[in-house]
Design a protein around this ligand. Structure first.
Ligand code: DCP
Ligand code: MG
Length: 365
């Protein structure tokens, strides 16, 4: 691939569940979920083994639902220390090939192997070796996607899960993006996907018909990203070891919000997304920020800091509502709302960090 970058996205299969099955052989081949309540009464599923997924059990699903779908499912209490240990080990394996490693969570990372340390040259060969090393040394499986940019590599890694290796080269990126359903676009959440479908935009090809202006009108800042992405353009670099400064979510509305009730409903949804992401990365912080974009594109932010660590859904949503209500919103129209949490507990030393790198504040719901 002369002139192109070589990017690998690698993601462990059913991560927490696979570690549990590896360490407890009696769980191998069984439908298990990690997280939630063993009695199926409360809490949500962190992840499900592939055996449980056959019944429709998924991450973030209430335990009760998981139990209804799969009555014989086994609930396992999470062991975060074990997952962190595996995470450190896979990063050590990645480090044999490149220093350009951008972790997205404990089980997932982008690697730029345009110039790999062992001068292997082929990104597919490197991905193959990494998957083999993870299997041999850690007794676990990972799926990998190989392409010329982050976006396509990430989608590719998901295509043949579990235990898959997928290559999408420069000559088939555009065709691939055209046929991709919008809900498969990384960064397009359920809400935005529904919004797109309501506008008659079902696949990449439909998005491709819109002008840049149109896209930005409809989707705000993300519009430009989607515009480029459907053309196979993603110049974002793999960013090694960037400190996580904040984590959040925001949503641009198809129609401006005008009443406080509507805004509060949206803040509840956004708070839920932020909460899920915080759970996933095991993060708490001291500062909650709301971001408000008016119909005229003016953006303001309002923050509140706490003397202690917060991260629960009630605090996120109630603080965001108070910040919004006291920001002077009489007679305004609002295009976008966002909530983020920052001022995290500890900044781990550079290179030792096993928290996610580069978390975008601009991900949709
Ligand atoms: N996780 C979580 N809550 C979520 C999603 C994920 O606690 N809502 C945790 C448990 C997962 C881990 O993060 O094991 C990695 O997330 P992935 O999305 O990569 O899911 P899995 O690795 O479990 O499965 P897959 O094979 O689909 O990657
Ligand atoms: Mg995974």
């Amino acid at each position: 691939m002369p002139g192109h970058r070589k990017i690998i996205h690698i993601d462990m299969d059913a991560f927490y569940a696979s570690v549990e099955q590896r360490d407890n052989p009696e769980l191998v081949g069984k439908a298990i979920v990690v997280g939630g309540s063993p009695e199926g009464r409360g809490g949500v599923v962190a992840t499900a083994s592939y055996e449980a997924r056959k019944y429709g059990v998924r991450s973030a699903m209430p335990s009760k639902t998981a139990l209804r779908l799969c009555p014989h499912v086994i609930f396992i209490r999470p062991r975060f220390a074990a997952y962190k240990e595996v995470s450190t080990r896979i990063r050590e394996i990645f480090g044999r090939y490149t220093d350009l490693i951008e972790p997205l969570s404990l089980d997932e990372a982008y690697l730029d192997v345009t110039e790999d340390k062992l001068q292997i040259g082929s990104a597919m060969e490197i991905a193959k070796q990494i998957r083999q090393a993870i299997r041999d040394e850690l007794n676990l499986t990972a799926s990998a996607g190989v392409s010329i940019n982050k976006f396509v590599a990430k989608i590719a890694s998901d295509m043949n899960k579990p235990d898959g290796l997928t290559f999408i080269g420069p000559s088939n990126i555009e065709h691939f993006m055209e046929t991709l359903p919008v809900e498969k676009f990384h960064g397009v959440g359920k809400v935005t996907a529904e919004k797109m479908k309501a506008m008659g935009l079902h696949h990449g090809a439909d998005l491709k018909k819109l002008t840049l202006e149109d896209m930005m009108d409809r989707f705000g800042k993300s519009g430009r990203f989607y515009y480029n992405i459907v053309r196979g353009i993603d110049d974002r670099e793999v960013q090694p070891y960037r400190e996580t400064k904040s984590l959040g979510a925001e949503d641009t509305f198809a129609e401006d919000l005008t009443t406080i009730d509507e805004m509060n409903v949206e803040l509840d949804k956004i708070a839920k997304t932020v909460y899920d992401r915080l759970q996933r990365y095991q993060l708490k912080g001291r500062t909650i920020t709301v971001k408000i974009k008016y119909h005229d594109f003016k953006i303001i932010t309002r923050s509140q800091s706490f003397p202690y660590l917060v991260g629960d859904i009630e605090t996120l949503s109630s603080t965001a509502k108070i910040l919004l209500a006291t920001s002077g919103i009489e007679n305004v129209r609002i295009r976008l709302l966002g909530i983020s949490l920052s001022n995290f507990d500890v900044a781990e030393p550079k290179g030792k960090r096993d928290r996610p790198g580069q978390l975008s504040l601009f991900e949709g719901l």
